[in-house]
Design a protein around this ligand. Structure first.
Ligand code: LHQ
Length: 261
């Protein structure tokens, strides 16, 4: 697939997806949704990709669904199928990808864009970033996994408040509520994200991927099931070259060199 609404680059183990419709704050058209979902699929298939970064071009991360497209298609536009065939592929593509995904939140994320930010594993934000659950401003309900993700992260009272007020949550508040891992001055965002991405891409990739799987699965498991599943995954991790390398490096008092195998 050729990409016209996103940029996709793979360098030194890091895939970067840049949402690239800056005139509309990178609002998602049907084409941009398909391209983003496709790029995430490529990230899963390509063994050379060991970390994924998602960011936005210009001053926004993404304003969510392009409302001009929705209006332009009139009654023919059916939201349920649009969500199922589109945004759900993106959210499941991020959460189901057994590689670390970093959201580099350069500016405002609204609507479905907040779901994409929260689906990522590590969220590094510019101090200019903000989150807006814009849905209720246009008479809709949160989608893109937000009813599942947000109450788990900040509790239902705060999540419901954000949904019904549609107020902007600033970067510092999002950091204080645990939605962002770090907030940095805007001019330092690229360097800080790069440092994170390089660190993740040169780490023990199978360990990172299985950890993501274990934590995601644990939401729907009993403690007994989670303990059992951890033991199963640990058997797998213990058979990797990176586990042997990590132990050897520790005993030899040197830095490990992980290959992701
Ligand atoms: C936009 C958009 C936009 C088009 C800014 N569309 N142009 C799924 C399935 C189907 C249907 C519905 O929804 C969903 C899921 C969703 O995502 S629903 C939520 C959709 N998003 C919104 O409702 C957010 C609408 N945007 C805003 O509230 C503001 O633009 C935010 C708070 C994001 C940013 O505000 P400002 O920083 O003040 O920027 P701005 O409003 O001036 O926007 C800049 C430009 O971007 C502007 O165009 P212009 O030609 O005047 O410069 C906006 O029209 C355009 N834009 N969001 N979603």
């Amino acid at each position: 697939m050729t990409y016209e609404n996103i940029q996709f680059d793979v360098t030194d183990g890091v895939a970067t997806i840049t949402l690239n419709r800056p005139d509309s704050l990178n609002a998602f058209t049907t084409a941009m949704i398909a391209e983003t979902a496709d790029a995430l699929k490529q990230c899963g298939r390509d063994a050379a990709v060991r970390c994924v970064v998602i960011t936005g071009a210009g001053r926004g991360f993404t304003a969510g669904q392009d409302l001009a497209e929705v209006q332009g298609r009139g009654d023919e536009f059916s939201i349920g199928p649009h969500l199922r065939a589109g945004y759900h592929r993106i959210i499941k593509g991020i959460v189901g990808l057994e590689k670390p995904v970093v959201a580099a939140v350069n500016g405002v994320a609204a609507g479905a864009g907040v779901g994409i930010v929260l689906a990522a594993d590590i969220r590094i934000a510019s101090e200019k970033a903000s989150l807006v659950l814009a849905f209720s401003k246009i008479g809709l309900v949160p989608d893109s996994g937000l009813n599942w993700l947000l109450p788990r992260m900040i509790g239902q009272a705060r999540a419901y408040q954000l949904a019904v007020t549609a107020e902007r949550l600033g970067a510092e508040q999002a950091l204080a509520w645990g939605l962002f891992n770090e907030v940095v001055p805007a001019e330092q965002l690229a360097a800080q994200v790069d440092a994170w991405a390089q660190r993740l891409a040169s780490g023990p990739s199978i360990s990172f991927g299985l950890t993501k799987r274990a934590m995601n699965r644990a939401w729907s498991q009993t403690l007994e099931e989670a303990l059992d599943y951890e033991a199963y995954l640990q058997d797998t991790a213990a058979r990797t070259a990176d586990n042997k390398e990590g132990v050897a490096a520790f005993l030899e008092k040197r830095a490990p060199h992980y290959t992701g195998k």
